[in-house]
Structure formats: structure tokens, C-alpha cells
Design a protein around this ligand. Structure first.
Ligand code: ADQ
Length: 499
């Protein structure tokens, strides 16, 4: 087996996130495990498989407690362990108020500038503090066992750096913020804006997805705390402590996706899936893959598909949009309503267009404009969808990065597809050969879909090829190494590498 690089590295890696990478459940008295979905796990699991270490996360699976040892840990991935997963147990009040309340109904909509969806209660804040304290207790326990480098992830744990530093001021702590950071005009509505910022400014290293989120954070730190920016070396200084702030766009395992897309299973799945969703070989395919989250702009995307078939009736019977959506945050009412609305809109579009027969197409009666597939799907199946889609549509109203955009490019081994990406997604900054769309403009998106479908093969190839070369060089491995260099765990670029 390949030797893990952590065996060679200077510090033990301890990453902390709310979501765990693997959860255990009982199905008909059998213990099963599943990889959880979401961008954070997609990005960090490959890194941890490579580097080893400990991942501390909330044990949310119903049978998680059945598999832990005395240290509350389990070796993962369960089929071929390479790192430790240490679980944190949360009380129901912490889950309801801290996770569902403050994290998902306050910080999430606030950071995504969907301010109408912010549903603030003081008691959520207290639960959020309790939830972060629960994590801090476990992190401190872990450090007592053995020292390590603490790397906190995301908005669920904004108070954790401050709590760790309060007990261990010299402990190195880094934070990666996976979602956007709003400017001061929006962040002002958070009653605890100072507390959140103060905790983040106890970090030694604070990382954002893009330069513009970083800029917004700096503006907030200056305005609400009076922090000083040392622009020459990228530090924010507050109460005598310096925090290095950087933007490090997250990525995916390019090679893994690319190889997966060429595997015999995936090639076989492509035929099966085609037959499942479209009946004629000439029907072109568009694809969307998302958690069913309002920030992903699914409803606006469906309006754009509707506009597309209105504006370009010649595509009725000749283009099908496949939407794969995994339900998420079902405990929050706004998400349940959104899911219903999406389903209704899909049905409405399908009813209206399926009944309009296209004279040029003999199979119009069997054609559906939108194929909606709900639920989590396996990675091979996902790769098959990515590879066979003529275009992928990412229409987030705001998004830290959006890994689907990158996974699509990595799976496009035939280099025939076109990526359409919202200018509000972090991915748009790097995927410069994509067609950039404005999710708020359905007719504009419809026109971009037409442009993608009619783009000459040569141009599609060139664009996709350039994006693939970029991603091959800027994959999750390069991202992790860069972050660990920033943290001083790997030596800087000009030193001899471990490899
Ligand atoms: P997310 O909002 O969760 O993450 P995103 O980057 O869109 O997400 O990634 C979603 C992930 O879930 C992808 O890896 C995708 O393959 C997977 N997925 C989606 N639907 C699926 C399905 N039906 N079945 C199986 N897998 C599915 C947050 C931020 C993002 C940021 C990431 C990483 O909101 O902006 O890119 O973290 O930092």
C-alpha cells in the first residue's frame, strides 16, 4: 500500500467540520455505512485519504455510536481505512437551534445574500455557542492525546477557533470558509457580527474561496472591529494578533474523475442512462446536479429551460434537461417548501410541452423536456451523466465555489460538452472558458443554452481542453498542498518537496 504522506510530514492533521464524511445506519438490523454528500466532503475526503490524520465531525448517522471504540473514533473509509473519524455527539437543542437554526437559517442565507430567508432567534445563537463548545471540548481532548494542527471548516463552526485559542493561545488554528462572505452592508444585520468576527480573527490562517469574498471579509473586519490590514503581507491585525488571510479556491480530484469517466462501468452506464431518460439518439442532453438548495438557483434554472423551449421551439423533442437533485436539510421548512415548488414546476413544464407535438419529430409524444431524478447517486453513475451531457448548467444565485462545475469538466473526457456557469459561483473565476450566465435572466440563459448546443465542435473541444488542463494543474491535491504550505506544515515552494 502507498505510504501516507503524513508519515513524512511535520504535524498531525486534525480537521474539524460539522458534516461527517461517512455515516453508519441500521437497515433491517444490518449495519451499513454511506459516504455523505455535499461539496465539503467531496473535497476533503480525498485529501484525508492521501494525508491521513483525524477528522472530527458530528456523528449524525443513526448507528454511529455502534461502531466507535473507546476514543470515540472509527477508522475510515470503512472499506479501506486511511484516517480516523472522531465523532462529536450533539444534544437535540444544539442540533435544532445551533445547526438547523443559527447555521442553516441565519448564517447560510446571510452569507448567500438571500436576506429574506434569514430567520433569526436569540435562542439559536445560544444553541450555536453550545454546539461550538461541544466541538471545542472534543478538539481540546484530541490535542491532549497528541499535538496536531487544527484546521476548522465552514460556517457551522465560526466560534470554534476562538474557543480553542482561549484554552490554548499558542495552538496553531486555521479556518477554511467554504461559502461566500457578504459585504458589510449585509453582514450588519447579524446581531453577533462582532463575536463571529472576533473568533475568526483568533485564527493564524483564514482562507476563502475567492479574492472577492476575502475582500468582503476584510471590509467587515475593518468596519465592525477596527482591525488593521497589512496589505503588503496579507495580514489582519486585531488586539495584537495577526491573522493571515488568503484566497485558495477549492478543487476536486481531477485525475480520479477523469479516470472514472473512462472506466468500463461508466461507459456501460451511459447507454443505460440514455435509454432511461431519452429515447432517440439525436436528442441532446443538458444536465444539472445539485443539493436541493435555494442558493443553487434551481427554480430560476427551470424558468430558463421554459424560456428556452418558448424562444427556440425547434428544440422541442430534441433537447432534454436532466436534473439530479439530492434533498437536503429536510428539517428546515423553507427547504421542504422549495422542494415542493421545484417538483410542481417540473411537472408544469413537462405537462405544457409534452402535449405540444413537434411536427418534425415522430417521437414527440414520448419526449419530456425535463427529467427529474431525486436522491443521492453513486459516483460512477454521476460520472456517466457528466460524460454524456452535451452541456451542464450551474445557475447558483451565489455559491462559494460549486464543485459540480469542476466535476463536469473533469469527466468530459471526450471534450465535446459545454459548461454554463453562473457569474455568482466562485467557479466562474477559474472556469474562464465556460459560458458565463446570469441566473436572474431566464431569456439570457436560454440564449446561452442555444449557443452551447450550436457551438462548433472545434470550439467546444478547445474550450473544454483548456479548462481540463487548468484543472489538472489546480486539483484538490494542489489546493491542499498550497493550504498546508500557508500553514507552515509543508515547506514552501522553493524548498525540496517530500515527493
Ligand atoms: P455544497 O453547496 O454542498 O458545498 P457543491 O460545490 O455544489 O456544494 O458540491 C456538491 C457536491 O455534492 C458535489 O461533489 C456533487 O457531486 C455532490 N452531489 C450533488 N448532488 C448529488 C447527488 N444527487 N448524488 C450524489 N452526489 C451529489 C459547499 C459550498 C460550495 C463549495 C463546496 C466546497 O456551498 O460552494 O464548492 O462547499 O467548498
Amino acid at each position: 500500500a502507498a505510504q501516507r504522506e503524513s508519515d513524512l510530514s511535520l504535524a498531525r492533521l486534525i480537521i474539524v467540520s460539522n458534516r461527517e464524511p461517512y455515516e453508519h445506519r441500521l437497515v433491517k438490523n444490518h449495519l451499513i455505512w454511506e459516504r455523505t454528500s455535499g461539496g465539503l466532503v467531496s473535497a476533503l475526503d480525498p485529501m484525508m485519504r492521501r494525508l491521513g490524520g483525524t477528522w472530527i465531525a458530528w456523528g449524525s448517522g443513526k448507528a454511529d455510536r455502534d461502531v466507535v471504540d473507546q476514543d470515540m473514533t472509527v477508522e475510515v473509509p470503512p472499506d479501506a481505512p486511511t484516517y480516523r473519524l472522531r465523532r462529536v455527539w450533539l444534544e437535540s437543542g444544539e442540533i435544532k437551534g445551533g445547526y438547523q437554526g443559527y447555521a442553516n437559517q441565519v448564517l447560510w442565507p446571510l452569507c448567500h445574500l438571500t436576506l429574506d430567508r434569514v430567520d433569526y432567534r436569540k435562542l439559536y445563537w445560544h444553541a450555536y455557542q453550545a454546539m461550538n463548545a461541544r466541538f471545542a471540548e472534543v478538539v481540546l481532548g484530541e490535542l491532549q492525546m497528541k499535538p496536531g494542527f487544527v484546521w476548522v471548516h465552514d460556517f457551522h463552526l465560526a466560534l470554534l477557533p476562538g474557543m480553542v485559542k482561549a484554552s490554548l493561545p499558542k495552538q496553531p488554528v486555521a479556518m477554511f470558509w467554504h461559502i461566500p462572505w457578504p459585504g458589510p452592508d449585509a453582514f450588519r444585520i447579524l446581531p453577533e457580527r462582532r463575536e463571529v468576527l472576533e473568533s475568526l480573527l483568533t485564527c493564524d490562517l483564514l482562507m476563502f474561496q475567492t479574492q472577492s469574498f476575502l475582500h468582503c471579509f476584510v471590509e467587515c473586519a475593518k468596519e465592525f472591529l477596527g482591525a488593521d490590514l497589512h496589505a503588503d503581507d496579507g495580514h489582519l491585525e486585531y488586539k495584537g494578533h495577526a491573522t493571515r488571510v488568503v484566497s485558495r479556491p477549492i478543487s476536486i480530484g481531477f485525475q480520479t474523475w477523469s479516470e472514472r469517466a473512462q472506466s468500463p462501468q461508466v461507459t456501460r452506464s451511459m447507454d443505460v442512462l440514455r435509454n432511461l431518460h431519452v429515447f432517440q439518439p439525436e436528442v441532446r442532453i443538458g444536465l444539472g446536479v445539485d443539493r436541493l438548495d435555494y442558493t443553487k438557483g434551481l427554480l430560476k434554472r427551470l424558468w430558463a429551460i421554459d424560456a428556452f423551449f418558448q424562444q427556440f421551439p425547434q428544440y422541442r423533442g430534441r433537447f432534454t434537461f436532466i436534473q439530479i437533485a439530492v434533498p437536503t436539510r429536510g428539517d428546515v421548512e423553507a427547504y421542504r417548501r422549495y422542494r415542493e415548488l421545484i417538483r410542481e414546476t417540473v411537472n408544469d413544464i413537462n405537462m405544457r410541452y409534452s402535449s405540444i407535438s413537434n411536427p418534425g419529430s415522430s417521437h414527440a409524444s414520448r419526449w419530456r423536456p425535463v427529467e427529474f431524478r431525486e436522491g443521492r447517486i453513486g459516483l460512477d453513475t454521476l460520472a456517466a451523466y457528466y460524460r454524456m451531457a452535451d452541456l451542464a448548467l450551474v445557475s447558483s444565485v451565489y455559491d462559494g465555489m460549486n464543485l459540480v462545475a469542476k466535476e463536469y469538466v473533469a469527466s468530459q473526457v471526450d471534450e465535446k460538452g459545454v459548461l454554463l456557469v453562473s457569474h455568482m459561483a466562485g467557479a466562474a473565476e477559474e472556469m474562464t472558458d465556460a459560458l458565463v450566465i446570469n441566473p436572474y435572466d431566464p431569456e439570457g440563459v436560454a440564449e446561452s443554452i442555444r449557443q452551447a448546443l450550436e457551438m462548433p465542435l472545434q470550439e467546444r473541444r478547445e474550450r473544454m481542453h483548456r479548462m481540463r488542463s487548468y484543472l489538472a494543474a489546480h486539483d484538490i491535491r494542489a489546493w491542499a498542498d498550497e493550504c498546508l504550505r500557508d500553514a507552515g506544515i509543508l515547506p514552501p515552494h522553493d524548498s525540496p518537496s517530500f515527493e
